[in-house]
Design a protein around this ligand. Structure first.
Ligand SMILES: [Zn+2]
Length: 246
């Protein structure tokens, strides 16, 4: 029997209220000098090991929001990231803008990535491009995830040199910040942007110059150090942008 419009309206309202109540994590309120770096779209066979080496040398830990398909292709990297003490989160199966998909496909994107991550999934989900509606958020929450956005970006999906990335990152490194970076680009508007050299250089420099002042920890560790700050984070996604992606 088809649902009445009134039932649909009530269901839609409940869904929205529920998703809003859960909110989307953007940062943590804390006085401690701790920051969470996050790296999306990997793992990448060349870049991720180089990044792991930089983090190891600086005794820093990070959170990797992995794309399921890439994780399935490189299970050894998933293991390596986990063994080094980093956290691993779900970034969908193959990086679509979830609001553009049908509900069943959204659920599958989240589930397939979780399966690819095996037991290393720390229960955090980051929607590709940060695109989210209450319905896609609820799909993640229903599968047991906490949705994580960010408080700082460096636009490292473009081809800025390291100095430009650093100029954006330095003022954003406040206690409790969650920083969005990429150890791979699953999609891009220009293949030249796939070069992660500037991001690696910026991370190396950032960790060196903040050695005495800040500790870099995973998002789950950050959550244990303060109070989660959440936002109503909804973006429908830019169809025009999606069409330009390779
Ligand atoms: Zn991404």
């Amino acid at each position: 029997m088809p649902l009445s419009q009134q039932t649909k309206d009530v269901a839609c309202r409940l869904l929205t209220m529920s998703a809003a109540w859960n909110g989307t994590l953007t940062h943590v309120a804390t006085d401690e000098p701790v920051v969470a770096l996050t790296f999306d779209d990997g793992p990448h066979p060349e870049v991720t090991p180089r990044l792991l080496e930089i983090l190891r040398r600086h005794d820093a830990h990070a959170t990797f929001f992995m794309v399921g398909k890439a994780a399935q292709n490189h299970p050894e990297l998933v293991e390596e990231v986990a063994e080094a003490g980093h956290a691993i989160g779900n970034h969908s199966w193959d990086h679509p803008s979830l609001p553009l998909l049908r509900p069943r496909a959204v659920r599958a994107q989240i589930r397939w990535c979780r399966e690819a991550l095996g037991g290393h999934d720390c229960g955090l989900f980051r929607p590709p491009y940060g695109d989210q509606t209450p319905a896609t958020q609820w799909a993640a929450v229903r599968q047991g995830y906490r949705v994580v956005a960010w408080s700082a970006v460096a636009d490292d999906w473009l081809d800025h040199p390291a100095e430009v990335l650093l100029a954006k990152l330095r003022p954003a490194l406040r206690p409790g910040a969650i920083v969005l970076l990429h150890d791979a680009l699953y999609t891009t508007v220009d293949r030249r942007y796939n070069d992660r050299g500037a991001t690696l250089e910026a991370v190396e420099q950032l960790l060196s110059e903040t050695r005495q002042k800040l500790s870099f920890i995973t998002v789950p560790e950050l959550l244990a150090r303060g109070r989660a700050r959440k936002q109503h984070w909804y973006r429908r996604g830019d169809l025009e942008w999606q069409r330009r992606l390779l």
